[in-house]
Design a protein around this ligand. Sequence first.
Ligand SMILES: [Fe+2]
Ligand SMILES: [Fe+2]
Length: 269
Amino acid sequence: MSDRILKVKYTCQHPSCVVFCKKGELLMSEAELAHCSSFFEDEKMIRSPKHACRLGYSQPFEVAEIEVAELSDLNGVPDERDVVRDPIANLMAEHNMVLEKAQKVEEMLTARDLDGLWTATNDLDNALHLHSGIKEEEVLFPMLKDLVPFGEGLIICINEDHREIASLVHSFREALRDDTINDKVIGSALVALRSHVRKEDNEFFAFVKRFVTDDMNEPIMTALEQAEKNFVPKEAGERMPDEEKAAERHKFHSKTLAAKEIALDTCCH
Ligand SMILES: [Fe+2]
Ligand SMILES: [Fe+2]
């Protein structure tokens, strides 16, 4: 089979994609196209090839047009991914990935699946650690602090959200060890996370991006990519009771019960 290079025009079918790759053109070989089509029965659909989606996932792409690439296509137009290297757009796009992890937690919550929740909250925790704790707090924010008016105060406010969400997820996971699904705690974590993402997308990033100059884009993008490369996700581990913490909780409950009994004994009613 001859393996010609094709120019494929596509539209990404990801429902809430905010990145600039929603519509675009790909250069791919016939064999590559056949492979990407093999995931769908609908011949118009393909699974996006590696790196086509700037979020790094395989997305369903609807093919609008296919033609054989001209020589000028092969030498010519630079890849959009190389042109659009905007760190703020990347971090905003990554919010979709974080929200997908949150969605998975909700699915497990509905299914009351303890082990599923253990894994899904670990995935969410890893995503938050890399996205918020490292990429935002360690890479981007130090570069913005003195650049953006009131930068330090804004960053403190954003970091407080990060702490709150991480601590709620952590508490929820601790209770899971004892087979307890604490709906209130995880509910608060998910509400806080969604509101934090809205705050960053609509207010914080919308404001700070005005101060990030074009020549800052590349160094920040490189640092973000390096951070991602170096990141080692935490394993979920076994969902076992933590004896020490369980003993502490037991002691606390006993004291509370004792205090209630004393209160009843001494109550004048
Ligand atoms: Fe974020
Ligand atoms: Fe954040």
